[in-house]
Design a protein around this ligand. Structure first.
Ligand SMILES: [Zn+2]
Length: 94
């Protein structure tokens, strides 16, 4: 487990705890849950994911692949998706 996965697990636990208090303390618990979800989403983008091969269509040029998160076309060697910021894993790509 890397540091991002550890932090995601921490925030998931905090999110579960906030859910327990959702009924008693609506405003504060809902705000906390919202921020924890944002934190989890942001941290998850730091974990490199493998781009995928696009289905054949007219937009496929120069072996471009697609972002696993948002599906945008990406150029090899980009470390992050220019559209959504997802970290990209190019290992085993030759
Ligand atoms: Zn993306």
């Amino acid at each position: 487990m890397n540091k991002y996965e550890s932090a995601i697990n921490y925030f998931k636990i905090k999110l579960d705890v906030a859910k327990l208090f959702e009924e008693d303390d609506k405003e504060n618990a809902k705000m906390q849950m919202c921020f924890y979800k944002i934190a989890i989403e942001a941290l998850d983008k730091q974990i490199p994911k493998k781009p995928f091969e696009p289905a054949f269509d007219v937009q496929v040029l120069n072996n471009n692949k697609r972002c696993p998160e948002c599906g945008s076309y990406i150029i090899k060697a980009e470390q992050h998706c220019p559209c959504c910021g997802q970290a990209l894993d190019w290992s085993e790509e030759e």
